[in-house]
Ligand binder design. Structure first.
Ligand code: FAD
Length: 318
């Protein structure tokens, strides 16, 4: 997979950076153009954990999430990557039954929670060690790899796909929720999330609520900080943290983990998950080759390497 023709990647969230790293590390000249710095993207807000991704297209999602799991486990061996393996619980307020998504079987120590491991109000759950990703550090790691491989990163919004293909005959569109405007895709919708970051009072395990609901309780430790969440509000474009949501997140997390009660708040952050009925990862002829790689909803980190590899293959074969 080598070529000397440049590729333009639009977007420097986890999807754009991963795609750009795959291309640049295989010897392809790559330029990223992004509207915002990586630290300001939705990707920087994510918790983030690798976990099963119940998205469409299901068979391809299965491949992408498996591929990404393997890459993240490898990265966890590198202290500077921002990825580490953590034990914890995924629990639901409903009975999850016995059906597990196939990718859950990748987790070597996965087992059902015993009743005494479930917080009040939760009916079922699993314990497992998973990759946790400290997103600000991880995005820095990806950026450093991209630049070390000779990539160029420009803070420069792209106003249309026409403008993009005039600049480069091969383009990868990794604009997340920005695809709503850039390609006029009405199927992309914001699913607003909010996190609260607190000083770590001594937590090493994660907790993630799974199942239905728009206010899942979650906390994920990253060294001296813990990221607490969250909400999932559809069609809400606001990127301003709301005080009442922060208070509710703190309350729900403290109910599950009393150590978090009164933890020092270091910050709040809002991100817009790029919701879509199905992830769009496909090639289009548009004056050049445009590969779309967006719409990863609440699982972009968990799908990032698998999607990056396929997007890179598509753009180089186009
Ligand atoms: C609270 C919260 C918790 C989450 N937790 C998890 C988790 O635990 N695990 C997980 O896998 N996922 C999680 N997610 C989802 C994950 O964050 C997203 O799926 C992922 O960040 C999407 O990445 P992206 O690169 O597509 O989009 P973004 O991070 O939004 O990046 C889009 C990029 O495109 C650029 N862009 C847009 N339009 C233009 C334009 N016209 N010109 C130039 N640049 C443009 C932007 O500036 C940005 O650089 C969470 C999300 C939130 C909000």
């Amino acid at each position: 997979m080598t070529t000397t023709e440049p590729v333009l990647v639009i977007g420097a969230g986890v999807i754009g950076l991963s795609t750009a790293v795959v291309l640049a590390e295989s010897g392809v000249p790559v330029r990223i153009r992004t509207d915002e710095r990586s630290a300001e993207t939705t990707s920087a807000v994510a918790g983030a954990m690798w976990g099963p991704a119940l998205l469409q297209p299901a068979d391809r999602v299965q491949t992408w999430v498996t591929d990404t799991y393997r890459r993240l486990v490898e990265l966890a061996a590198d202290d500077t990557s921002g990825v580490h393996l953590a034990a914890g619980r995924m629990a639901a307020r409903i009975d999850l039954g016995d059906q597990l998504p196939p990718e859950a079987l990748l987790l070597p120590d996965l087992r059902r929670c015993t009743p005494d491991e479930l917080p009040d109000g939760f009916l079922s759950g699993y314990r497992a060690t998973v990759p946790l990703i400290d997103m600000p550090r991880y995005l820095d790691h990806l950026t450093a790899r991209f630049l070390a491989a000779g990539g160029e990163l420009l803070l420069s919004p792209v106003s249309s796909l026409t403008e993009a293909v005039e600049e480069a005959s091969r383009v990868v569109n990794c604009t997340g929720v920005g695809a709503h405007e850039l390609v006029g895709d009405p199927g992309v919708r914001p699913v607003r999330g909010q996190h609260v970051i607190v000083r770590n009072p001594g937590i090493t395990d994660y907790f993630v609520e799974i199942g239905p609901g728009t206010e899942p309780t979650a906390y994920m430790p990253h060294g001296d900080r813990v990221v607490l969440g969250s909400v999932a509000f559809e069609q809400d474009w606001s990127r301003t943290p709301e005080r009442e949501i922060t208070a509710a997140i703190l309350r729900r997390c403290a109910d599950v983990e009393p150590l978090l009660a009164g933890a020092e708040v270091l910050g709040e952050a809002v991100g817009l998950r790029p919701g879509r009925d199905a992830i769009r990862l496909e090639s289009e002829r548009f004056g050049g080759t445009v590969v779309h790689n967006y719409g990863h909803s609440g699982c972009g980190v968990a799908l990032s390497w698998g999607c990056a590899a396929e997007a890179a293959e598509l753009v180089l074969s186009g």
